[in-house]
Design a protein around this ligand. Structure first.
Ligand SMILES: CC(C)(COP(=O)(O)OP(=O)(O)OC[C@H]1O[C@@H](n2cnc3c(N)ncnc32)[C@H](O)[C@@H]1OP(=O)(O)O)[C@@H](O)C(=O)NCCC(=O)NCCS
Length: 181
């Protein structure tokens, strides 16, 4: 897989492999209060962020998913990351995750990236189902999923503890037959 990473392109975006040198941007994202507000993980140092870099690298190495850096077409701007993770080949299903830096929010960047990534997932990874778990108070993420045709399936009530409080996770999913790819 490493030698044939699926670089993808959209009208405005280059979706490329996440490289070790991206650790600075990954750290910036995972330590930015607005980005990590609805995430279960964050990092306080560049060194600690290596854990996230290893997670991305192992996903590719072990063929348990795919992860892309979302960049401008000329590769000069690093916007954020999209992943298809927890790939269960036997069930043809995967989970998705995504974030971009706040200065780029509201421009349709993540829906544009995910649209291409899901097309790749359904056609090249032979996926049947893509699911997302979203904190119920994250309207921006829920808006993205709805734009892409995801359907709300239910809420896992008080299923995780974050900063000492129980949180609810909403489950959304998109099936290949509903994506029309
Ligand atoms: C969720 C996120 C990925 C959306 O990406 P995006 O490229 O901005 O997506 P869109 O441009 O389609 O905007 C989606 C929604 O964000 C909200 N939004 C737009 N601009 C915004 C801004 N400046 N500030 C806050 N929210 C904004 C709107 O609700 C919008 O929905 P709408 O288009 O129906 O009005 C982005 O907000 C983000 O990175 N958030 C932090 C990380 C995160 O929560 N990831 C998902 C975890 S499940």
């Amino acid at each position: 897989m490493q030698n044939s990473f699926p670089v993808l392109q959209t009208e405005r975006l280059l979706l490329r492999e996440i490289l070790q040198e991206d650790i600075h941007d990954i750290f910036k994202g995972f330590s930015h209060p607005d980005v990590i507000k609805y995430f279960g993980i964050s990092f306080h140092t560049l060194e600690a962020t290596q854990e996230q870099m290893d997670w991305y690298a192992n996903m590719i190495k072990n063929d348990t998913g795919r992860c892309w850096a979302i960049c401008s077409l000329d590769n000069n701007i690093f916007y954020g990351v999209c992943t298809l993770n927890f790939w269960k080949k036997e069930h043809r299903k995967v989970e998705t995750g995504y974030w971009i830096f706040p200065e780029y929010w509201g421009k349709g960047i993540v829906p544009e990236a995910l649209n291409k990534i899901f097309e790749y997932g359904f056609n090249e990874m032979d996926l049947h189902r893509i699911a997302a778990e979203v904190e119920d108070n994250n309207p921006a993420s829920i808006a993205v999923l709805k734009k892409l045709g995801f359907v709300y399936e239910g809420t896992l009530k008080e299923c995780e503890i974050k900063e000492g409080r129980f949180i609810n996770l909403e489950i959304y999913a998109l099936l290949k037959k509903d994506k029309n790819v």
